[in-house]
Design a protein around this ligand. Sequence first.
Ligand code: TYD
Ligand code: MG
Length: 459
Amino acid sequence: MAKIKNVYACQTCGTQHPKWTGQCLGCSEWNTLVEETLQAVTQQRYQGYSISTPRITAMSEVTLHEEARLSSSIKELDRVLGGGLIRGSAVLIGGDPGIGKSTLLLQTVCNLSQQMKVIYVTGEESLQQVTLRARRLGLPEKNLLLLADTQVERILKLAQDENPRMLVVDSIQTMHTDLFQSAPGSVGQVRESAAQLVSFAKQTDTTLFLVGHVTKEGTLAGPRVLEHMVDTVLYFEGEQDSRYRVIRAVKNRFGAVNELGIFAMTDKGLREVSNPSAIFLSRYEKAVSGSVIMATQEGSRPLLVEVQALVDQSHMANPRRVCVGLDSPRLAMLLAVLHKHVGITTYDQDVFVNVVGGVSITETGADLALLFAVLSSMRNSPFSPDTLVFGEVGLAGEIRPVQAGQERLREAQKHGFKKAIVPHGNAPKGTIGEMEIYPAHTLQEAVEHFKNYSSKIPA
Ligand code: TYD
Ligand code: MG
């Protein structure tokens, strides 16, 4: 008789407590503990399929598969995966409900199933729904194997018999294992189901895709607890109402993190965006104030994006600092640097900052562009639209170099930019086409450049 033990697991972070408490000791969230039954499961755990006996191997004796990476048939997805799918790797795709996870995976598996055996396990939609969507999107469907099931042991048993090259589980929150008493979607179930699936993938050299939902309320166990178990974590970003969807790699054992894949949601499913810089730039009829174009380097690709700011007289005791797509505490810090080192005050102004197109920028290269946008809005003077800006601003008012300066400048040149204001450390040794480069050591110097490249709107 297996020993039965009860624990209280936090549905947000997965921390287990021996007793119920109102607040989780792990993540300090309130009312997130749910009772779960833990059984002594070590024997039972991988009963569903046989495991090869582990043995100690010299590294020189490890044989690698020839085709190390396999294209997923979607270029932008390959890019975030670090070059393609790897055998025996587990990939988690997270994102809000309805953002396009199932669509993307369905497109991928339909194309891939033409060359290899793929099983698509759906725990959310019926076989008819999946097929209907594939037909509507006009995807090749001949060889794709479908399975509508939510019980992990049964799925793995079937998968072992079929021996597919790739297994997709949509979604992990609907899966449950017999080893656990709690409801599907609870942290324990999600973790245990994922552990079994991942272990199956490793042992059979199957590529595994897991879909995970993120909900703000945390009613479903967030995929955060899964991040440690899988090799690659991809997140869908982007507003539901915007056409564009960005996939970001936040963890990748086989490639660069922060790599972005950019898609547009159309009536024919997700389409790759081949020239992403172009979509994030808006070309205005005439110059507007508060808009500055910067080059950001996310992963291995430079991307031109527009940073907008609106600075307006505040009527509040605490003026507002609102950021969309950028880091809010950083904005407050940069405004303080602007005051201290250039003498421009914003304490009586509301400052709103936005990155156009729903991308979020996680690097510090946006600092200078952000301050320029603020200045431009504050003085109501449009910044020259053919000038590119990037650079990190330090607390001492210095402009620090950022990585991949040359690539950023080259991308800007490709899109017809004529001038650039950049950190001194990023000034190129040679020339970048016809571009005029203005390097700056300090914020003060950069602001001098700013004055030369912005115009005053006639009253
Ligand atoms: P879906 O892949 O079902 O989302 P998830 O699996 O992440 O929950 O995407 C559903 C959304 O995508 C839905 O709001 C409608 C939209 N959509 C399109 O706009 N065009 C299409 O061709 C498809 C299939 C979906
Ligand atoms: Mg779905």
